[in-house]
Design a protein around this ligand. Structure first.
Ligand SMILES: N[C@@H](CCC[C@H](N)C(=O)O)C(=O)O
Length: 257
């Protein structure tokens, strides 16, 4: 049996997208997910996304990391919005369901603007911080992030006992100016550095702009430019958190099942 797939990338975070409104893909077959995402034995991607029908939402996004584990994916969600528009499921605006709940999104000026979930607060861990933006993120500010050993240091923190048993994604952040940061991320579930991580840059932007009541932060990643806007709430949390950036279809093909 063959099924169609599309490949999308959002600032270099790449995803295999499957229109699964017919629910033909066996979402319990995690070995299949990781085989399809394998860069040598499969198509190769940081994650796989199924687009399914939902009675109360425009669509549901089912996201898997490359190893078959599940969490919220910000760049993947932006790509899922672009793919759903390509499929004709939505136009410029949408309200869809992901693992962490409902999300609004807008397609504007060639970019996807994604409303993230509200963020409860920041947990301070020594000089680092920890923020959950739908997925867990450890944030460390460093100098010269371009030359930082992201894989080795990221892996250590990802498996550190303080984040056990779930583990965490790890973001290394350099301040470039008053409103711009450069972020590199070690991703749980990919078990490597990715070129960009949407929930990660969102967490990094919040850690960076935490003292502002309304913030608009530009983010440089190895895969391109993103921006994050948010408002601080009186209870120490953050709301109206928007992740904004490009999402592009790069490939289409068939998978042999
Ligand atoms: N690349 C993603 C994050 C995907 C989930 C993460 N790897 C986890 O397991 O927590 C993004 O763009 O947010």
């Amino acid at each position: 049996m063959q099924i169609s797939f599309y490949k999308y990338q959002g600032t270099g975070n790449d995803f295999i997208m499957i229109d699964d409104r017919g629910q033909e893909f066996d979402d319990s077959d995690l070995q299949l997910v990781s085989k399809i995402c394998d860069r040598k034995f499969g198509i190769g991607a940081d994650g796989l996304i199924l687009i399914r029908n939902h009675t109360e939402f425009d669509f549901e996004m089912i996201y898997f990391n490359a190893d078959g584990s599940q969490s919220m994916c910000g760049n993947g969600a932006r790509c899922a919005v672009a793919f759903s528009a390509y499929l004709g499921i939505i136009n410029e605006k949408t309200n869809f369901l992901a693992i962490d709940g409902a999300h609004d999104a807008i397609l504007k000026d060639g970019l996807v603007e994604l409303l993230m979930g509200n963020v409860a607060g920041i947990e301070v861990k020594g000089t680092d911080s920890f923020i959950n933006t739908g997925s867990p993120h450890h944030i460390r500010f460093v100098e010269d992030v371009e030359n930082y050993p992201v894989f080795d240091e990221g892996k250590k923190i990802r498996y550190d006992q303080m984040h056990s048993p779930a583990g965490t994604n790890v973001n290394f952040v350099e301040k470039l100016s008053e409103d711009e940061i450069f972020v590199r991320t070690y991703e749980r579930g990919v078990e490597d550095e990715t070129l960009s991580c949407g929930t990660g840059v969102t967490a990094a932007a919040i850690a960076f702009g935490r003292d502002q009541s309304v913030a608009s932060i530009k983010i440089k990643t190895l895969g391109g430019q993103l921006s994050v806007k948010f408002k601080a709430s009186v209870d120490g949390g953050f709301n109206e958190v928007w992740l904004i950036g490009p999402a592009e279809q790069v490939f289409a093909g068939k998978i042999n099942l």
